[in-house]
Design a protein around this ligand. Sequence first.
Ligand code: UDP
Length: 367
Amino acid sequence: MKDTSLELVLVSTPIGYLGSGRGGGVELTMCSLIKGLLSLGHKITLLAPQGSFLPSDCAGAEIRHVPGIDQPSWQHQEVSAPVVIPPDGVLLGLWEQALDLGQKSDAVLNFSYDWLPIWLTPRVEADLFHLISMGAVSQVMKTLIGDLCQSNPSRLAFHTYRQASDYELLGEPVVIGNGFDLNHYEFQSQGGGPLGWAGRVAPEKGLEDAVAVAAALGDRLVVWGVVEDPEYAKKIEAVSPPGTIDWRGFLPTDELQNQLRACRALLNTPKWNEAYGNVVVEAMACGVPVVAYDRGGPGELITSGVTGWLVPPDDVKAMTNAVKQIGGIDRRECRNWVEESASHDGFAKRVESWIKEGIKTNESSSG
Ligand code: UDP
């Protein structure tokens, strides 16, 4: 490292192009981080699938497009599934370039939840760092991440403690939360509107429970997000009272927050150990309290009784009762929490110190 600014290579998810929504929360996380790292004076090269684009406030980053087909997503496979890398997969192209560029850069920061980049870490010259974006949904990934933690613990960071607790780690994990550009979310002090739900429409997100809550209250549920599993969406629609679900599709952040901020509450119903829960924080940034299952990341993001309510996982009745009490939540508290705990510049500083520390650790261990 020559001076305090870093030359960083960021590697995007190999699922969907950046801007498609198919990569889930990782997409927004990367954009917020790029903006924050640029304003700290770092040089960023982003490797991302063909078609990817960055918002205008990330224009200072160079983006290099990589062709190839998507990687199968781990969360939709059996926990014991083997590693599959399609020969014409974008993952291989991304990592071919990352290793090459990485040798001339200070560090490579990986956002994909995949076997290859983690396996490469102790075996290559480039300094690879991984922001792990999911809980342990696969045995092979769980073992590999546990192994890397034994050999190179400084190379791993997690979004929340609950996510990290899914893995067998040595010592305290590096937990760096997440970050959101607050300028993109307008605070709304009054929220007499409907109930909201946002996320990929896929079984691990538990949309059916949120619909059941809205149905029990005779209410409407506005749903935003990519329909990743159309069969699953159809099944939910078929068993809910007509008119309960108001499908809005996947919207860019500006439109999403414009609609979301009128909600009187966001429901968050994960069936898996959610690593973080971007939509929880985005709702709170607009002043919308969140009622969530006390499972995974959201359990660390919501202060029950202050910024929303945490209820026992899978307990639809408890969630329904909590929604009835939502009027007691001061919406300003929600926004305050995000300003204090999840701003994009604070996140970029945490990432910066993790990487600088990791580079130092590596420099001293290699003499
Ligand atoms: N999202 C969006 N537009 C929508 C619905 C969702 O941009 O209409 C984004 C949202 O901003 C969030 C992501 O989708 O960043 C979902 O991320 P989350 O962490 O909640 O779940 P994941 O998909 O990563 O499991």
